[in-house]
Design a protein around this ligand. Sequence first.
Ligand SMILES: Cc1cc2nc3c(=O)[nH]c(=O)nc-3n(C[C@H](O)[C@H](O)[C@H](O)COP(=O)(O)OP(=O)(O)OC[C@H]3O[C@@H](n4cnc5c(N)ncnc54)[C@H](O)[C@@H]3O)c2cc1C
Length: 427
Amino acid sequence: MTPAQADPGKRHRVVIVGAGFGGLEATYRLAGAPVSITLVDRRNHHLFQPLLYQVATASLATSEIAWPIRYLLRDRPEVTTLFATVSGVDAQNKRVLLEDGDALPYDTLLLATGARHAYFGHDEWEPFAPGLKTLEDATTLRRRILVAFERAERESDPARRAALMTFVIIGAGPTGVELAGTIAELARDTLPPDFRNIDTHSARVVLIEAGPRVLAGFSDDLSAYAQRGLESLGVEVMLGKAVTECNADGVMYGGEQLQAKTLIWAAGVRASPAAEWLGAAADRAGRLQVEPDLTVSGHPDIFAIGDTVTINGPDAKPVPGIAPAAKQQGRYVAAAIRARLRGEQPAPFRYQHSGSLAQIGKRKAVIDFGRIKLRGAVAWWIWGIAHIYFLIGLRNRLQVAISWLWIHARDQRAARLITQGSSKVVR
Ligand SMILES: Cc1cc2nc3c(=O)[nH]c(=O)nc-3n(C[C@H](O)[C@H](O)[C@H](O)COP(=O)(O)OP(=O)(O)OC[C@H]3O[C@@H](n4cnc5c(N)ncnc54)[C@H](O)[C@@H]3O)c2cc1C
């Protein structure tokens, strides 16, 4: 009997940890299968992370990119949604351990717990240079960016005002590039008429990257185009400079100190502790090494997918940590569970890369489909349509489309709200 074959008379129990792109896709794809599913997440919402930077830069509201998990699965009586944090796995007794002491028995377990940002051994930098992974991170960053302008408005000392109006983004992958371009536009196009004592055009946006180019995952010509696009928005792009210190005064990079009150970390990720829970082999970023069928070595009843794992694609390169990859893996695991319940052995997982996209400000984007490469306004329209298509629900699609059209036409960013604190607290 394969590990997933159901006991007669009893539904096969699948526990899925994580309702991100991978876990939710697997849950959707198991609809109609002879299983009962328990979906556990420490947040009550599924989050569309690719647009988080737009919440951080006041372009979109939180509810436009997140949905209550319970609501998404309201029509699936065989799925129980639990709002809880998983703290370990007792693989011997086939139980998922929760932080509050409870345990969930499983026949098949799927770990889809994602990743967080990593500070390359300098966790002490996090309070000064927060990263972007959750809705809380996004609203915290939004607050820091907006409060910096508010404080600059009543700062008389030129050096302190300059530090308040300097925004540093560390890491020039898609998130860093998108943040830098949007903050530059916020300062240049949206905010100028609203302030009396400062000229927000003079805000500095500095993008620091240790590697030789921005968007390292894209082709050379698209990354050069992206750099020119950022520079035309006034972003200062610093390449080949590793950050050696982040503190309350600013950032040290390439031997220089830059005074800046807002630092944003967009470099490096660390997988969730799924590998530690199982004592399984992991790479340097903590990503669990999985078998070709996405099970954990020595645990044929435990699958792991998405950003928390590493596996090579058909090109012998690691499958990238992007949403389509997590979804493909979720889809594969659902099919594998169904196959096992029929007594069949699933074929190995095979990744198909669908392309990479990044936005550079509100009118340009780059798209790398492999053989086909697009840039400029055409790429921006495709980028926008693709993102709207992948949002959940008509209302959110319409809302986001209207918000973007409004930004295009009027440069207005409606979500410029400072929440989580009073005017006394900056950091
Ligand atoms: C800012 C940002 C921008 C991005 N932009 C893009 C992009 O433009 N295009 C793209 O394709 N990809 C993008 N990505 C990457 C993409 O979002 C991830 O690859 C994808 O989310 C991975 O899916 P996942 O299911 O593995 O993990 P996630 O979607 O991160 O889901 C993990 C889930 O597990 C839950 N969880 C974690 N630990 C526990 C625990 N202990 N107990 C209970 N629940 C837990 C989390 O709350 C979360 O809901 C971006 C990521 C970020 C952070």
